[in-house]
Design a protein around this ligand. Sequence first.
Ligand code: HEM
Length: 163
Amino acid sequence: MLAIAIVISFCVGLYMTGLNMSPTRLKLYNWHKWAGVVILLLSTARLLWRLTHRPPPLPESTTGLQRTAAHAGHGVLYALFFAVPLAGWAYSSATGFPIVLFGILPLPDWVPKDRELAETLKGVHKWLAYGLAAVVVGHVLAAFKHQFVDRDGLMARMGVGRQ
Ligand code: HEM
C-alpha cells in the first residue's frame, strides 16, 4: 500500500510539473499533496509497527556485507518516507499555499512564507524524491536477486508467498 502510494505520487509529481497552468494542473497538485500527507501517516504507522514487531530473520546464507547493506537501505528508505513529504509540505507552506487536506482539513504551515526558502525547498523536495526513487529501485532489484538468483526465499520475509 505504502509502496504503491509512493510510486503513484512520484509519477504524478513528474507529470504535473510538466503541465501548463490549468485546472487539471491545480487539481493534480492538490491530489499530489494529499497523497503525500497520507504517505506521511502510513509511514508513521509503518514505523510504529516496525518498532514494536521484530522482523523475521534474514536467510542464514546472507553475508555480513549484505546484512549491513540491507539494514542501511531500510534505514534510508524510512528516513526518505518522512523527508520527501515533509520537504514537499514545507515547500508548499513557503510558497504561501497552505494544505487543506481533501479540501476539508486545513493543515498548519510549519515554515514561514518566504520566496528564497521556497526555491531552496523546491530543489530539496525534488532531489530527495529522486533519491527515494533510486533507493526503491535498488531495493526491488536486490529483492529480485535474492528471489531468482540466490533463491534464498528472502521475499517471503516481505510477506510475498509466506504460508
Ligand atoms: C512521498 C511523497 C512524495 C513524493 C514521492 C513526491 C515526489 C515529487 C516529484 C517527483 C515532484 C516533481 C519534481 C520535479 O521534477 O520538479 C514533486 C513535485 C512537487 N511536490 Fe511532491 N512528492 C511527495 C510528497 C509531496 C507533499 C506531501 C507535498 C506537499 C504537501 C508535495 C508538493 C509538491 C509540489 C508543490 C511540487 C511541484 C514543484 C514544482 O512546482 O516544481 N509533494 N513531488
